[in-house]
Design a protein around this ligand. Structure first.
Ligand code: DLL
Length: 449
């Protein structure tokens, strides 16, 4: 399958740039025709080259030629992380291993990781999608990107790296960690763009403030933060701490890594690269498709991947599709910020709780620092939830009575949103563990009943 790599940088209507304007602003009719053509080629590739898919499709009685419209996607089989694990390491590849130029893997906490393979063309496409992402934030050839995503099997580091080089940036492959050095390099080299997780961006902002650096002392104009859920409240804090536009970037290893969707400077949801990924949102219980605007589980079918086509991959991420046109001029459908994952949703005494709901409350309280941890435990048969929050030096110097009143008011605000009682524990400044990569927001100490 040939993948166009024509590059003609253009301007979008939100103050950013387009890397492949023709693809990014393609009329929807044309886009749907392209999606169908690519879906058919993907089905051929999967059916002919991946025994898992041949078996699944035979069982369902579907042949690649049966798919003559995009709606027929709902007749195709789903793919889950378990399927990928079962075919570890290379059983889901549609190309012989010696045609695969790169392998990444996702960080599984238990069991086998899931592996992802790329042909040369897959790597080039990925580079284009990241170039689109950076350009949308106004990054142009000649900008200097400090890439603080982890390098290695994780797709963040190398993904951003290749895309930034493709765009023509100077890339500093600093990887995560060593905050002192990050701040020094940022200023000495004059980094105009930054890529790292939102929790690490916040950590850098704090570290800069502690060293007496003001946002205007930092040269970074725009940051690309993703790989974990974060709220608009946290965005505001990062933006004022680093003096940058903080943009969201979404992806997952199974789809090839970051660059599946990205935000433009309108900051109103992430544009899905629909010429390369067919998106659906489904009800995770009934598995039926949901209309735009309704929150459900995001499901993707790859449309151009050669080495590892995936059909209807269940991401477990919960969000809604936004079909209204965006002011930036891109024609793609957007996805709202994922509110969490259907599988890391906590069920506390029967109530579904998403860590992001707690984050929203905490971030709206000025005296609370943007570092927190949610600790879930079980006392007898009852789930108990503690929210550890760090408070600023000023508040910590108050009297016990003041602290207690403050703690009760935070508890009440969380109760208003969740309708369950949580115990808020106020922690001294800098005592909650920081992360250089994805933040550990939830510690679940419960064992199965
Ligand atoms: O996190 C890829 C990535 C790297 C994305 C750098 C963005 C930037 P995985 O390690 O496979 O891949 O984790 C994928 O992380 O299913 C989501 O649950 C979560 N995730 C990724 N981006 C976002 C985001 C990379 N912007 C899993 N908002 C996904 C919320 C995100 N969650």
């Amino acid at each position: 399958m040939s993948v166009s790599t024509e590059e003609h940088l253009g301007r979008d209507a939100a103050g950013g740039l387009t890397w492949q304007p023709a693809a990014e602003t393609m009329p929807r009719e044309e886009l749907r025709a392209l999606q169908l053509e690519r879906l058919q080629a993907t089905l051929e590739n999967a059916y002919e080259n991946v025994p898992f898919y041949r078996k699944k499709m035979d069982e369902l009685g579907v042949e690649p030629g049966d798919v003559t419209g995009l709606d027929a996607v709902s007749s195709l089989p789903f793919t889950t992380k378990i399927d990928l694990r079962d075919h570890y390491p290379f059983g889901m590849f549609a190309r012989p291993r010696d045609r695969v130029v790169r392998v990444h893997a996702s960080s599984g906490t238990t069991g086998n990781p899931t592996t992802v393979g790329y042909t040369r063309a897959d790597i080039d496409t990925w580079g284009d999608l990241i170039a689109r992402t950076l350009a949308a934030g106004g990054v142009a050839p000649g900008d200097l990107l400090q890439n603080a995503y982890g390098y290695g099997l994780f797709t963040g580091g190398l993904g951003l790296h290749f895309g930034a080089e493709r765009l023509g940036c100077t890339v500093v492959p600093i990887s995560g960690g060593n905050t002192e050095r990050q701040l020094k390099i940022m200023r000495d080299f004059g980094a105009t763009a930054l890529s790292c997780t939102p929790s690490y961006a916040m950590y850098l902002a704090d570290a800069a403030r502690d060293r007496g650096l003001r946002p205007e002392d930092l040269p970074v104009r725009v940051g690309f933060h993703g790989a974990e859920p974060w709220t608009n409240e946290l965005r505001t804090q990062i933006e004022s701490g680093l003096g940058e536009h903080a943009l969201d970037i979404y992806g997952l290893s199974e789809m090839g890594g970051p660059g599946v969707a990205f935000e433009c400077l309108c900051k109103g949801g992430m544009h899905i690269n629909e010429d390369h990924y067919l998106a659906e949102v489904i009800d995770p219980e009934t598995l039926r498709p949901l209309p735009p605007g309704e929150i459900g589980e995001l499901v993707f079918t790859t449309l151009s991947r050669e080495a590892q086509p995936l059909l209807r991959y269940r991401t477990r991420d919960l969000c809604a599709l936004i079909a209204e046109p965006c002011a930036c001029g891109r024609t793609s459908v957007r996805m709202s910020k994922p509110i969490g994952r259907s599988d890391d949703m906590l069920i506390i005494r029967g109530v579904n709780v998403f860590p992001s709901q707690i984050e929203e409350v905490l971030m709206s309280i000025p005296a609370i620092e943007p570092h927190y941890q949610i600790v879930v435990d079980r006392k007898g048969y009852l789930d108990v939830i503690e929210v550890w929050v760090e408070v600023g030096e000023d508040l910590f110097a108050e009297t016990m009575g003041d602290l207690e009143r403050f703690q009760k008011s935070v508890q009440a605000q969380i109760y208003n949103v969740l309708n369950i009682q949580v115990a808020v524990k106020l922690k001294e400044p800098k005592t909650i563990q920081r992360s250089e990569g994805k933040a550990v927001r939830v510690v679940d100490r419960r064992t199965a009943l």
